[in-house]
Design a protein around this ligand. Structure first.
Ligand code: NAD
Ligand code: ZN
Ligand code: ZN
Length: 393
């Protein structure tokens, strides 16, 4: 089959790899009909590349049709239409019983000290072949699936595997009081959905980013937005000025560890994108990225006694945190990978013909799998108005 494989920093390819097969009684094989590129794939594209093996199959946002099942896959049947959550979880261990599917004790990657195994996500998470491929082997398939109704086009359900539940969890963890104010840092796919969900729940939502098209998408939906390039040094003051001098009740960090250190960075990153990767990587490191910028901003912006909810991914142990300020402001902090199936029953009623979250028009690019390499580049550089890419195997 054809699959998107990792070969080095900023080097992904579409190659022939062996077809996946049933290896355990709890396995299923899914024929993938839609599979997206995620902001999390960009961490592998750049800084976490060292945890990848050459030829590893990427991707963790797949949906499709069940092609084969093992003997212990419960009520899953060949021909079922399914979305596959990005984490592999058994559904019956101590953690799964508590809805903490990203901590599943059956699939935890103990030799790396990490939580549940993830599709297409490096040695840190079990090096399980991913879903940017024609077929996907799904371990623990008795639980690692969401059954979908027949009928609506893939767009309707394409984001259930990750970013829609991730944004939902981000907003839930933000614990916004009724009628309260939510600031969302980062308007990539996750932050964009977090804004839509916050607005749907009746909160005042303020979104922050530096990419004009991303700001415009939310402005067009009636969300207040702030252009980071206009508030390089005074974002906290600007937001306090909009919120009675106090700051918002809650902040979602939907940026993660590749934050723009300053608006100038956008230009630097665009320029770096044009260089050969051996030159671009050091330039990105020295001139471009401040790993904790967004998180520090969130802690500065949130009101005293408010909640910061971290959806963006952070890794690396050495980065210091502004603990003095966190303690003094009495900030509550919640974070983690999304427990996808925990939120599906809340989200499904919104995936109706009325489409209150705008899922049908959310993707900006829909391309054949073969075009994955150029789409990784386009998404990483935030070029061509790119917000969300669907690959069609
Ligand atoms: N917790 C989870 O389960 C989970 C799931 C999916 C994605 N993620 C993470 O969420 C993050 C966002 O992913 P995405 O798919 O939306 O991709 P993305 O990388 O396209 O979005 C990040 C956005 O943040 C903006 N940004 C950068 N620096 C900023 C700053 N200092 N202030 C405000 N905005 C800034 C960028 O311009 C960009 O639009 C990534 O870290 C990704 O790994 C987490
Ligand atoms: Zn994802
Ligand atoms: Zn489990």
């Amino acid at each position: 089959m054809k699959a998107v494989t990792w070969h080095g920093k900023r080097d992904v390819r579409v190659e022939e790899v062996p077809d996946p097969t049933i290896q355990e009684p709890t396995d299923a094989v899914v024929r993938v009909t839609t599979t997206n590129i995620c902001g999390s794939d960009l961490h592998l594209y750049e800084p976490l590349g060292s945890f990848m093996g050459s030829g590893d199959v990427l991707g963790h946002e797949a949906m499709g049709v069940v092609e084969a099942v093992g003997s212990q896959t419960g009520d899953l049947r060949v021909g079922d239409r399914v979305s596959i959550p990005f984490q592999i979880s058994c559904g019956h261990c101590w953690m799964c019983d508590r809805g903490l599917y990203t901590q599943c004790e059956t699939t935890q990657v103990r030799d790396q000290g990490t939580g549940a195994a993830l599709f297409g996500f490096s040695k840190l998470y079990g090096e399980v072949p991913g879903g940017q491929a024609e077929y996907l082997r799904v371990p623990q398939a008795q639980f690692t699936h969401i059954k979908l109704p027949e009928g609506p086009a893939d767009d309707r359900f394409a984001y259930l595997s990750d970013i829609l539940p991730t944004a939902w969890q981000g907003v839930e963890y933000a614990a916004v009081p009724d009628g309260g104010t939510l600031v969302v840092l980062g308007l990539g796919p996750v932050g964009d959905f977090a804004c839509r969900i916050g607005a749907h729940k009746g909160y005042r939502v303020i979104g922050v980013d530096a990419v004009p098209e991303r700001l415009e998408r939310l402005r067009a939906r009636g969300v207040e937005v702030i252009d980071l390039t206009e508030h390089e040094d005074d974002l906290g003051d600007a937001i306090r000025a909009m919120t009675d001098g106090r700051g918002p009740d809650s902040v979602v960090d939907a940026v993660g560890m590749e934050a723009h250190a300053s608006p100038a960075t956008t230009g630097v990153q665009k320029a770096a994108g044009l260089l050969p990767s051996a030159l671009a990587a050091p330039l990105m490191k020295t001139a471009g990225v401040d790993r904790l910028k967004a998180l520090h901003t969130a802690i500065d912006v949130v009101r005293r006694g408010g909640t910061v909810s971290v959806s963006g991914v952070y890794s690396g142990a050495a980065d210091p945190m502004p603990l003095v300020t966190m303690f003094d402001k009495q900030v509550q902090l919640r974070m983690g990978q999304c427990n996808v199936k925990r939120w599906v029953d809340d989200i499904m009623p919104l995936l109706t013909d009325a489409d209150p979250l705008g899922v049908d028009t959310f993707a900006t690019h829909r391309v054949p799998l073969d075009q994955a390499p150029e789409m990784y580049r386009t998404f990483a550089e935030k070029a061509d108005g790119c917000v969300k890419v669907q690959l069609k195997p």
